[in-house]
Design a binder for this molecule. Sequence first.
Ligand code: DP6
Length: 354
Amino acid sequence: MKKITEAQSGKVEWQSPSNIAIVKYWGKHGNQMPANPSLSFTLSTSYSQTAMEFDVDPSRKAFEMNFAFEGEAAPKFGERIRQYFERNSADFPYLNNLKLNISSKNSFPHSAGIASSASAMSALAMCITSIESRLFGGFAEKSMFRMRASHLARLASGSAARSVYGGLVAWGESESIADSSDYYAVPVNDNLHDTFRSFHDTILIVDASEKKVSSTAGHKLMNNHPYAEMRYFMARQHMEDLGGIMESGDVEKFGEILENEAMSLHGLMMTSKPSYMLMRPNTIRIIELIKEVREAEKFPWYFTLDAGPNVHLMYPHEVESQARSYINDLLAPHTQNGLVLYDQVGSGPRKITE
Ligand code: DP6
């Protein structure tokens, strides 16, 4: 990275989606290095949109920034972003010359209780990478832009590293994925079966209140967890098994791994010290109903969970209209105020202006 020699200013803006993990990232070490590889679908309608006005001046001596969320000052999140820049100052040698005015908003209701760090932090990373591209004359190859963005997103929030690409994305070194890395995510769409390119994820909001355990605290529960080694082994195994499954379009085998990952994640939380029980009674009710419909009607839908009570229901595009009617009739009554968010695999971040 060259030195800043002259003042420059401008504005960049990106929309970046959330993602849903199939193989979960749970446990980390060092500076945001994952304990196991993870795999996710990038979503489409659940995104963050972030605008960054930048002003770089070699005579400036200290980093300055402002952050607003949905038009209002948001000091808590602003502080997290400031700490991110300062903690990773080696990655930003121009930091002291930089002034940023950041404003962000989400497409999904703030009160939905769904994790927004993947979308928020990937949008942030896309903006920073655009600014770097402007300041230092672009990246030699287009792929380098995304690699840098994924690396910067990872340093802010591990799962955000995956949101930098559309479709199916892997993060963390895995024997079955060429060029996979712990430092940044890679897209794995080349041989992806069509069924999975348009897969649906409907988010059933069981409890919209703030998360009981932050993900950083959650990852820490894996340090000295008695089942940690077996968990990491299983995650690597699932990555390998999914290689063939995602190519052949075997929805049933995909669903088995998807659900096993969700239950393993919650099992790990329940057996950690301290222990967390993040499912609510309606989480369990909804899971039971999903299984009942699947068994009784041979209906191809499967669930997963993040580190919270809300259920992600996944199914192929072909069964969408039938799925919607089951959701309305059977599942929505068990959500908080009928809150259901319909989403689908998407194509990744979108540039708004530059
Ligand atoms: C359960 O990416 O939110 O959603 O790196 O501490 O920001 P930090 O953690 P975060 O963890 C996500 C955990 C998960 C599984 C996943 O998305 O892979």
